[in-house]
Design a protein around this ligand. Structure first.
Ligand code: THU
Length: 186
């Protein structure tokens, strides 16, 4: 069961042998088998396929947090970035003795994905906490929001993980009045 409510928020089908699709906003997912052109596919899902949900993306972000390299702050951050084709890229923060070169978890995930040829993104889940203990919601920093702006549309969703679950906001909500290539560099 993919959970119809969740599917209204860009649930995608992932897995080998099936071309995953973004479920159009406002439409209920059939649970599986919706192709990119809107066709219902048959068979709906191949063996080993799964429905990606915010909850699963949250779990992948928490797992990513355990990879953090944080000898200076001790503050671990994890991110899980969902591509439109269903691929998920995980990222952690990677600190540096000179501080400035530190890379945030979100950008680690984005740069891994872009290097691999991905340009179309659905959502990202992010969490962080001292020594990896989540005590509150995690809002991505301004630099990471601008990197999201480079590749994502206004409806890109950021799941900010907190001890109870997560809070979902769109990129438009987190970065209003933003500097955008298509508007300002054309
Ligand atoms: N950090 C992230 O990984 N993502 C953010 O959006 C904000 C901050 C990291 C950088 C540094 O390693 C630690 O959190 C404390 O600032």
């Amino acid at each position: 069961d993919c959970g119809r409510e969740l599917c209204k928020r860009n649930c995608v089908n992932v897995g080998a042998g099936y071309q995953p699709a973004r479920v159009p906003k406002g439409q209920n997912c059939t649970g599986f088998g919706l192709a990119a052109d809107g066709r219902v596919t048959d068979p709906p899902l191949q063996k080993g396929c799964m429905i990606m949900t915010p909850e699963k993306l949250v779990e992948l972000a928490k797992e990513a947090m355990t990879h953090a390299y944080v000898p200076y702050s001790g503050y671990k951050v994890g991110a899980a970035l969902l591509c439109a084709d269903g691929t998920v890229y995980q990222g952690c923060n990677i600190e540096n003795a000179a501080y400035g070169p530190t890379n945030c978890a979100e950008r680690t995930a984005f740069f891994k994905a872009v290097y691999d040829g991905h340009r179309d993104f659905v959502s990202i889940a992010v969490c962080g906490g001292k020594d990896g203990v989540i005590t509150g919601g995690f809002p991505p920093c301004g630099v990471c929001r601008q990197v999201m702006r480079e590749f994502c549309e206004d409806d890109f969703i950021i799941y900010m993980i907190n001890p109870e679950g997560y809070e979902a906001k769109t990129l438009a909500e987190l970065l209003p009045y933003s500097f955008k290539a298509s508007e300002h560099m054309a």
